[in-house]
Design a protein around this ligand. Structure first.
Ligand code: A2P
Length: 275
């Protein structure tokens, strides 16, 4: 069983390049899917308070029987916890639901800049890192301007998880992350399984290599150092989505996938939306 390679974070933790997204699975579905994914070779599992499935994710982990240190478990908290004490309480609730003593990567789910606590929220996670309760500090949906405020406060997140796929390649965000040693993680890396997988640029490459369109898109992410967390509860898809480390796309193929960025694809605006 092949595992995904890892990328080392600033904190020293090793984050697998490919993992399982768990939105919108409920507790029962999450338990079954997480258990199956771990058997298939997944080691990175991504959940969130807002998905309301942390208990199921924890159940799946226990069912798998895997040693805790083999796994990289990620969760996120909502806007009401954006304060140093609030983050500590959010951690405690998530850890209890997951049945874990530490969380590998805890992320602020959305910056919610209207509240003005998006810097404090990250500082709260940095406190947990110092206490050994998390292994890495994460943000999600932070724009470069939000991240700059975090940097100005003296904290550098290990990871920023953003909506990213070939139709939304987020070049400027990635350049900012790279400049500061922040690893980019792509949510909905398959574009939520919509039209992206039917695009002729994707299908043509898939046919050339004897791959599925999803494998081409996931390879596009990981070959560029982007951590991808596709969601699937289908056993065949789970296996094929992890099986993207035995081939390479050419520079021309990677470039041809960038032509899918027409600038028209909708990107959720984290200055407007958040929970
Ligand atoms: P399903 O769960 O039925 O497999 P994203 O992670 O970008 O949000 O995409 C998730 C969507 O993509 C889900 O609807 C999922 O459906 C679908 N999906 C996941 N893996 C594949 C695959 N290998 N081929 C086609 N669709 C996939």
């Amino acid at each position: 069983m092949a595992l995904a390679p890892t990328v080392q974070l600033r904190s020293g933790a090793h984050l697998p390049l490919l993992g399982l997204g768990t939105w919108p699975l409920d507790d029962d579905e999450a338990a079954a899917t997480v258990g199956r994914a771990i058997e298939t070779g997944y080691r990175l599992i991504d959940t969130a308070e807002n998905y309301r499935n942390e208990k199921g994710v924890g159940e799946g982990i226990r069912r798998s029987g895997i040693a805790r240190e083999e796994l990289f478990v990620t969760t996120k908290f909502n806007r009401e916890h954006h304060g140093r004490d609030g983050v500590r309480r959010a951690f405690e609730t998530s850890a209890r639901l997951l049945g874990l003593e530490y969380i590998d990567l805890l992320l602020v789910h959305w910056p919610n800049p209207d509240q003005g606590h998006h810097v404090e929220a990250v500082q709260g996670i940095a406190d947990l890192l110092e206490q050994g309760l998390v292994r890495a500090v994460g943000t999600s949906n932070y724009k470069p301007a939000h991240l700059q405020q975090v940097l100005d406060a003296g904290v550098v997140p290990d990871v920023n998880q953003i909506q990213l796929d070939p139709q939304r390649p987020r070049i400027e965000d990635r350049a900012f992350h790279d400049e500061h040693g922040i690893v980019t993680e792509s949510w909905s890396p398959l574009g939520q399984g919509g039209g992206l997988l039917q695009e002729s640029a994707v299908v043509a490459i898939a046919e050339t290599h004897g791959l599925t369109p999803a494998q081409v898109v996931l390879r596009w992410h990981v070959q560029q150092g982007l951590v991808a967390i596709p969601k699937s509860s289908d056993p065949n898809r789970l296996a094929q989505n992890l099986d993207v480390f035995g081939f390479e796309l050419s520079a021309e193929e990677i470039a041809s996938l960038y032509t899918l960025d027409t600038g028209q694809a909708e990107i959720v605006d984290s200055d407007e939306f958040g929970h």
